[in-house]
Design a binder for this molecule. Structure first.
Ligand code: AMP
Ligand code: MN
Ligand code: MN
Ligand code: MN
Length: 309
């Protein structure tokens, strides 16, 4: 069974650590099948990974099976869409015990919320001139995946209404634009509660990507902690080293653990599994030293039975 060798603390070693706890597959808005994400991780020397598709664990079983073949450690996970202070906030649930209890209904609720949200986004995109918006987004997504904003972005591009995906987000689908429909998501504190109750570790995803002031980010971290959340991503993809150090101070002040992830979605971009900015020297402990995850790793990373996924 795999026993990844992981540092106990961040002492300024720039890495890479062979860890990536935030990645996507075709189970949500990623380009690669779950087993192909695992194969790419293995190729890139990753020994501990989490597949964290948006609001689903549908890819985890396939990924866990592939991880066994590659002798690497896979943590079941999902990136939950939540609502906090009128903003969409993402929380990665690292789920060593898989999905059980209230989390089963929670994920069903997330799927329903995503579907209901897609219908509202479609109405709003139709007002922008995208006829049959829902069908066109579905065409982009293919028959299996739950719809996400990237599918609407691609549909806008395909219809010639915007030149590219970046413009689609900037004008119509990004934070605060008409297509950013968030009323359907549960409150952050509620989601954190579900993850923690299922034996998981709730990680605030990419705290630097919400456009928050330092003070407001602190309030978000306070609410995460109050709800039982244990960690935040100190590094997500590439970020400014000064800002990372500042974020480390905010985590340290609150006793939070630090997670790391690339937020990989597709090959050929500037991000690959395991690629991310270096971690500065900090007293903030790595999330894999959290007892819930350390036990999982020490027990040989045995994924929970398929019934619990
Ligand atoms: P959703 O989960 O449906 O709310 O869609 C959010 C996803 O859209 C994110 O996880 C990213 O993968 C993608 N996304 C967000 N902003 C952008 C952007 N500016 N350009 C391209 N993709 C984006
Ligand atoms: Mn995404
Ligand atoms: Mn996210
Ligand atoms: Mn993500």
């Amino acid at each position: 069974m795999p026993m990844p060798r992981l540092p106990e603390r961040f002492d300024g070693d720039p890495g890479p650590f062979g860890v990536d706890l935030h990645m996507h597959s075709t189970a949500s808005d990623g380009a690669l099948a779950p087993s192909d994400v695992v194969a790419l991780c293995a190729e890139r020397g990753i020994s501990l990974m989490a597949l964290s598709d948006h609001d689903t664990v549908a890819g985890v079983e396939e990924a866990a099976e592939a991880a066994r073949r590659h002798d690497m450690c896979l943590l079941p996970a999902s990136e939950f869409s939540t609502r906090w202070q009128g903003i969409s906030i993402h929380v990665v649930g690292l789920l060593p015990n898989g999905v059980h209890g209230a989390l089963v209904e929670a994920l069903e609720g997330q799927a329903q919320a995503r579907e209901a949200r897609a219908a509202v986004i479609a109405q709003r995109m139709e007002k922008l001139g995208l006829d049959d918006a829902l069908a066109r987004a579905r065409e982009q997504a293919g028959p299996h995946r739950p719809l996400g904003r990237p599918d609407f972005a691609r549909a806008l591009v395909a219809a010639g209404l915007v030149p590219d995906i970046a413009t689609a987000f900037r004008k119509h689908l990004g934070s605060g634009k008409v297509g950013d429909v968030k009323a359907h998501w549960p409150a952050l504190t509620e989601v954190v509660g579900w993850i923690v109750a299922a034996g998981g570790v709730a990680v605030l995803a990419h705290p630097l990507r919400y456009g928050l002031t330092r003070r407001k980010r602190g309030l978000l971290l306070d609410d995460l902690v109050a709800a039982g959340g244990q960690a935040a991503e100190l590094v997500n993809g590439f970020q400014n080293p000064d800002v990372t150090r500042d974020l480390a101070r905010q985590l340290d002040e609150r006793g939070l653990y630090a997670s790391l992830g690339s937020d990989f979605h597709f090959p050929g971009g500037y991000l690959a599994p395991g690629s991310m900015s270096p971690v500065p020297r900090t007293a903030v402990p790595p999330v894999w030293t959290h007892p819930r995850l350390a036990d999982f790793v020490a027990m040989g990373c045995d994924a929970p039975a398929a019934g619990a996924l």
